[in-house]
Write a protein that binds this ligand. Structure first.
Ligand code: URA
Length: 427
């Protein structure tokens, strides 16, 4: 007979939880037998005491077993997905999923909505008129099996790792998000339950990321690669820089628009470079080594796949994208070189303008966000437009401009050149 208090005490005192204790506590919490306050106490004990690799793997498995595990084997094509830990202007899934599908893999991506200063992929796609995030699993399978579509980005159903849904909401309000084993098991339980055969993780590091230090990001990436590999999912992680926003836009419709530029063979260099680097990793994990994704981007195959993918989920790829009702432009106060554009400040300002939400139930504005007319390294003259703010709620301009006042540095110097890809973690 297990008792929640015994499990909490064992971890509080630095012990290792047994498989039976982990299976029981996760299951009993999902069923409501272990109370929220008991799980919160256990989560806090884990934050302080940590979990071993074995405990973390067992915890992850218990969370997967709390719901349904999807199975996309038998499609006739390998499945591979990408997960990003979240950044500002991170629209990479939009060009990447159709690109990888155009190269012959199937991409099942269960995605989330944004919370706080980083945007969510579903919020971005929902800016496309008609596009639907909710799909039954049988329809997901049909779309993945169709080689002209082959990529699905949709909301996770309530039965996918329900233990994680409850636990993540609890951690969010009890100061217990910051634990490598809890974060790794939370992310990987959803990705393993999603039924992908291979996974590429984009672990963001820097001011606009949830992890600010390279060492922490390396630790999280290693834990996630181990969890995926142990569960039979071929997993690799790239650590990528998130000190400045990706691309020239942050906001839902604005980012869809920029993704279309990338799919049309243009777009900002950092977005193109990261899309291609992740596509190459995904194709390698899927065992496809005879196709260069750069060709599929340049010759329009990825764009055709995107159009089919959007239509398959009810969207109109030709419909005009929503635009915010009001804009305001922030101009460069002096001339020189832009040496810093802070991802966190830009993300928070875009959120204030209405592009993000504070609570899961809040609506987002499709047209809100920030256009960046210059990126670090660019020369600018005094008075030149630096940022354009978009919103339907003009009262938001003042707080957003206040956040942006210290978001950039213009100097007579070259910016420190930081590479986009900082490390690669394999099993
Ligand atoms: N994202 C998740 O899904 N879970 C965490 O614990 C942190 C980030």
């Amino acid at each position: 007979m297990h008792s929640a208090v015994d499990v909490i005490r064992a971890k509080r005192d630095g012990g290792q939880l047994s498989d039976a204790q982990i299976d029981w506590v996760v299951d009993a919490f999902t069923r409501g037998e272990v109370a929220d306050e008991q799980m919160a106490a256990l989560a806090m004990a884990i934050v302080w005491r940590g979990m071993t690799r074995h405990e973390t793997a067992r915890w992850t498995r218990a969370m997967i077993d709390s719901g349904q595990r999807l199975d996309f084997s038998g499609l006739g094509r390998p499945t591979v997905d990408k997960h990003s830990t979240g950044g500002v202007g991170d629209k990479i899934t939009l060009p990447l999923s159709p690109l990888v599908a155009a190269c012959g893999a199937a991409v099942p991506q269960l995605s989330g909505r944004g919370l706080g200063h980083t945007g969510g992929t579903l919020d971005k796609l929902e800016a496309i008129p008609g596009w639907q995030a909710d799909l039954p699993v049988a329809r997901m399978r049909e779309l993945l099996a169709d080689p002209k579509i082959g990529a699905v980005v949709c909301a996770a159903g309530a039965d996918l790792a329900p233990a994680d849904k409850r636990l993540y909401a609890l951690r969010d309000v009890t100061g217990t998000v910051e634990s490598i084993p809890l974060i790794a098991s939370s992310i990987m339980s959803k990705k393993i339950a999603e039924g992908t055969g291979a996974l590429v993780l984009d672990v963001k590091v820097g001011r606009g990321a949830f992890l600010k230090e390279l060492a922490q990001a390396r630790e999280l990436a290693t834990a996630m690669v181990e969890l995926g590999t142990d569960a039979g999912v071929r997993t690799v992680a790239l650590l990528t820089a998130m000190d400045t926003p990706l691309g020239h836009t942050a906001g839902n419709a604005l980012e869809v628009c920029e993704s279309l530029d990338v799919l049309a063979g243009g777009g900002p260099a950092d977005v193109v470079d990261l899309t291609l680097a992740l596509a190459r990793e995904m194709l390698a994990q899927a065992g496809i080594d005879d196709i260069d994704p750069a060709d599929a981007l340049a010759d329009g195959r990825a764009m055709d796949q995107w159009r089919a993918m959007v239509r398959a989920q009810g969207g109109d790829p030709d419909a005009p994208l929503p635009q915010a009702r009001h804009t305001e432009t922030l101009r460069a106060p002096v001339g020189g070189t832009l040496t810093r554009l802070d991802a966190l400040d830009v993300g928070l300002a875009a959120w204030r303008l209405g592009a993000g939400r504070a609570r899961q139930s809040d609506p987002v504005q499709a047209g809100a966000g920030i256009e960046m007319h210059a990126k670090p390294g660019d020369s600018i003259s005094a008075g030149q437009p630096l940022l354009t703010l978009h919103t339907d709620t003009p009262d938001a301009f003042a707080p957003a401009l206040e956040l942006l006042a210290d978001a950039f540095t213009i100097a007579d110097a070259d910016p420190e050149h930081l590479p986009l890809i900082l490390d690669r973690i394999t099993a």
